[in-house]
Design a protein around this ligand. Structure first.
Ligand code: NAD
Length: 441
């Protein structure tokens, strides 16, 4: 069996590699020439645990190929997955220009039946737009070629993407024909041997499922951040509240950690896009509007705490541990670290940051507005405070003796609640966290 994946980013590369690992012949296509050149040389453009060995293995077995030519990839292909970006447009709706450009290219070049699958996160009705774009190109060519469209949203998490793809909780596929269902079943059979289902449904419901899933997860986070802010005011501890409610099986203990706000390439843009879809249909998703507002404010909570501690921020130096929007990824899209660093710089402070993998990526966003350290202790030299923003495992048990020697002040702002207030007290640190009381020196 042979398939093509268009767009070789976080989703496309993982999808293509995992399919290739089951014995399928996969061609990954990208318009980014540099990316394809690097992949051909065995250089993986993103940080994703386990992905590099898997790519190399499948390239060596000649099951995984890379090209910039969509046309070339179509030969003998049965299914083509569109996995290009759908960034937010100026008004918050998903920008479909990349998806529809790929659809038109498919129409211009296809010569046999294909299942055209949207894997990108796309608003309801996009598969129909893809269908129309392909049809239009076929008509221009004066040819009639049968094809199917399908929607197969992706639920992988960056940082655990390979594992998530190989062992998914479920696979959602929207189809319009038995033929498409059969091909998608064959493709995904190896991934559901663990008993988790492939859920077939109509195409609009599949498209909506992805947005509803991300919107629900974002809601849990913003809900908990809102509760955390109230905990601070009334003298409660949100980590105790989390344990108290998370043990209720109706609520569950995932995605209820208070912090410095959600970021990343998906939640912010998907929440915006579904709100926009609702507005276009004369409906207001009031809960999600609040989710977004709470999150925007939450990214600034650390700044509020910093101002509380230091009435004059100008001239101070802040060490920042972590830059990526979450651990185990180098993805900097919508990372709270950027909002915090920019705010500090605007206030006249200096920021010295360290991240185990995201510093190169961070330079594209923050450039030389901040300094980058060679390790987590290097950035503490003469720092007036430490801000923990991404909970990488190596930050969890800090060496207080080394910290004491390097820092000007014993002040820590913990944006992820990873430190124990008792321990901070024991070591003499003034400790600010989220949804808990300030620990005084
Ligand atoms: P990405 O930006 O990492 O990758 C997109 C790739 O598509 C880029 O390499 C780009 O060069 C390429 N591209 C753009 N136009 C192209 C064209 N015309 N032909 C060929 N290649 C083209 O994006 P991503 O994070 O992989 O996300 C892709 C889609 O999957 C988005 O819709 C996103 O919302 C969705 N998604 C992402 C995640 C995630 O964790 N990143 C998870 C689930 C779903």
């Amino acid at each position: 069996m042979k398939i093509s994946i268009i767009g070789t980013g976080y989703v496309g590369l993982v999808t293509g590699t995992c399919f290739a690992d089951t014995g399928i012949n996969v061609t990954c296509v990208d318009i980014n020439d540099d990316k394809i050149k690097k992949l051909k040389q065995g250089i993986i453009p993103i940080y994703e645990p386990g992905l590099d060995q898997m790519v190399l293995k499948n390239v060596e077995k000649e099951r995984l190929h890379f090209t910039t030519s969509l046309k070339e990839s179509l030969e003998h292909t049965e299914a083509i997955f569109i996995a290009v970006g759908t960034p937010p447009d100026e008004d918050g709706s998903a920008d479909l220009s990349h998806v529809l450009e790929v659809a038109r290219q498919i129409g211009r070049n296809m010569n046999h039946h294909l299942v055209i699958v949207t894997k990108s996160t796309v608003p309801i009705g996009t598969a129909q737009k893809v269908k129309a774009a392909v049809q239009d190109e076929l008509q221009k060519r004066g040819v009639e070629i049968d094809f199917d469209v399908a929607s197969n949203p992706e639920f992988l998490k960056e940082g655990n993407a390979v594992e998530d793809f190989l062992k998914p909780d479920r696979i959602v596929v929207g189809v319009e024909s038995e033929k498409a269902e059969k091909i998608m079943s064959r493709l995904y059979k190896p991934f559901v041997l663990n008993g988790h289902p492939i859920i077939f449904m109509d195409v609009p419901s599949a498209e909506m499922t992805k947005y509803a899933a991300n919107a629900m997860l974002a809601t849990k986070i913003s809900f908990m951040n809102d509760i955390a802010n109230l905990c601070e005011i009334v003298g409660a501890d949100v980590t105790n509240v989390r344990r108290g409610i998370g043990s209720d099986s109706r609520i569950g203990n995932k995605f209820i950690y208070a912090g410095a706000g959600y970021g990343g390439s998906c939640f912010p843009k998907d929440v915006k896009a579904i709100i926009k879809t609702a507005q276009l249909n004369n409906y207001n998703l009031r809960i999600l509007e609040a989710v977004e507002n709470v999150n925007d404010d939450q990214k600034k909570v650390i700044i509020r705490k910093i101002k509380e501690q230091f009435p004059e921020v100008k001239g101070l130096t802040f060490a920042m541990w972590g830059l990526s929007f979450k651990p185990q990824t180098d993805d900097m899209r919508e990372a709270p670290s950027v909002v915090i660093a920019n705010a500090l710089i605007e206030l006249g402070a200096k920021v010295k940051a360290y991240d185990p993998v995201a510093m190169e990526e961070a330079k594209h966003t923050l450039g030389d507005t901040i300094e980058y350290g060679k390790d987590q202790y290097d950035v503490l030299i003469d720092a007036d405070a430490l801000i923990l923003i991404t909970e990488w495992p190596e930050f969890r048990v800090p060496n207080y003796k080394v910290m004491d020697k390097l820092m000007n002040n014993k002040v820590v702002f913990d944006g992820r609640n990873i430190y124990d207030p008792e321990e901070m007290k024991e070591f003499g640190y003034k400790y600010y966290s989220i949804g808990r009381q300030v620990v005084k020196q």
